[in-house]
Design a protein around this ligand. Sequence first.
Ligand code: ATP
Length: 513
Amino acid sequence: MAKQEDIFKNVISHAKEYGFIFPSSEIYDGLSAVYDYAQNGVELKKNIRDYWWKSMVQMHENIVGIDAAIFMHPTTWKASGHVDAFNDPLIDNKDSKKRYRADVLIEDYAEKLNQKAQKEIEKAKARFGDAFDEAQYVATNERVKGYLDQKTAILQRMAKGLDSGDLADVKALIEELEIACPESGSKNWTEVRQFNLMFGTKLGASADTAMDLYLRPETAQGIFVNFLNVQKTGRMKIPFGIAQTGKAFRNEIVARQFIFRMREFEQMEMQFFVKPGEEMKWYEYWKETRLKWHNSLGLGAENYRFHDHEKLAHYANAAADIEFNFPFGFKELEGIHSRTDFDLKAHEQFSGKKLQYFDTEENRNYVPYVVETSVGLDRMFLAVFSKALQEETLEDGSTRTVLRLPSVLAPTKAAVLPLVKKDGLPEVAREIVDDLKWDFNVAYDEKDAVGRRYRRQDALGTPFCITVDHQTLEDKTVTIRHRDTMEQQRVAISELRGIINNEVSMRNWLMKM
Ligand code: ATP
C-alpha cells in the first residue's frame, strides 16, 4: 500500500517538476480539484485528444464531430434528469466541520467488513493448503459468513434509502454502525442532504431579467439537442455517430486523487444512433472497439478490465466501464452505455419538437436508440502518464527516470543537441530543428553535458535525441538515440524525418487496433 502511495506521489511531483501539470492559481495556494496543464502537459493532452478524434471521426465515415457551447438552455438539464437526479448524498460532521459523501462513508464501512472476511479466507488458505475449498469455507464458516452477510445487508439498506429518498434512514444507518468522522473521531453528524453536482450561474445583465444557467456536467446533451440538425445537414444515415470533446463541470463533494476527480474536466464522448432493437449489437461492438483503442497504446492489456454495471442509471439498459489500473488501483476510465431512446424522447417532450429519423428502408419514423462511449481526457492523461513513469536501474548500477510515453503521444518528438556550444555545431543543430519543425514538435537544447541532456529528455518522454558532433560537419551524419533502449545509431541528416515519422505517426499506431 505504502508503495502505491509513493508511486502516486512521484507521479504528481514529476508532473509538476517537468512542466506537465500545475495546481490552479498556485500563487494563491491553489483551488481544490482544479488544475492547469503546463507547457508539456498541454501537448500530451492535445495528442491524446487528437488520437481519439482521429480514430473516432476521421477513421469512421459515419461519425462526425461537433463543438457545442458549454452554456445550454436550462430546460436541457430538466429534460436530461440532471436537475432532479444528478445528486450525491452529503453529510457534515458538526465537530470537525468536514463534509463527506454519506454513501462513501457507508461503503467504506462495508469494505472493511469485506477485508476482514478476506483476511480470514487468506489465513484458512494458508492453513489448509491445496485441499482448501474457498466456496465451501465461505458458505460454512460462521464468522466469514457473518461479515459478508452484514456487508450485503448494509449496502442493500443504503441503496433502498437512497432510491426511495429516505435520507433519514441513511443517517440512522450511519449512527447504528457508529461510523465516526475519519478526521476527528466524532459521531456528531448533521442530517443527510442531497447535493446537486451542477454549478449554477446567471446569464443576463440585470438581476430581474437574468436567467439561471448551469455549466454543463457532461458534453452528451450538446449532441442530443443537435441530433436532428446534424442528421439533416450531414445527410446522415442510421447507424451514425456524433463525437465531441470539451469541458464539463461537476461540483464533486470529495475531490481527491489529483486529476482523477476534478471539478472542471474534459470529456471525449461519442453518441452512436442506431435502429431500436439493434442497440445490444452496437453496445458490444463499441465495448470491443474502445478496448482495442486503449490497447493500441501498448500500456499492457493486463492494466484494463471491464466492469459491467448491475445497477443501471435511469436511462440505460446496459452499461460497462473500462477500468484502468491507476496507481491507487483499478478505477473507471471510460463508460460505455446503452442509453436507449431516453434522452431524445425526453428532449421531444420538453421542447415539443420531433427528434425522429425517417428510415427510408423501413418507410417509417422512429426515435433512434443511442450507444454512448464516454472517456475522461484528464483520466486518460493520468492513465498514460502514471504507467509511463518508470525508474530504471542501468547495467552500471546507476538509475534513470524515464517517461515511456507512447511516442505517438509524446509532447516533443525529438530534441536536437549540439555536442558542444562552439565550432559551428549549434548552427547545424538549429538548421536541423528548422527543417524538422514543419512536421514535428522538436526542441533545441545546448545547456549542460550531453549525458544530462539525455536524462532530461528521458524524463520528459522525448522518444529521440539527435546529437550533432564534429563528424556531422564532415559527412552530414548525426547520432540518433532511442529513449527506451538508449541505443545510438549513426544516420544521415536526410534520413531523420523518415525515422521519426515511422515511430510517431498515428497511422502506424492506430493500425495496431
Ligand atoms: P465516477 O463514477 O468516477 O464519478 P461517472 O460514472 O460519474 O464517474 P460519467 O458520468 O460516466 O462518470 O463520465 C464519463 C467519464 O468522464 C468517466 O469515465 C471519467 O473518465 C470522466 N469523469 C467523470 N467525472 C470526472 C471528474 N470529476 N474528473 C475527471 N474525469 C471525470
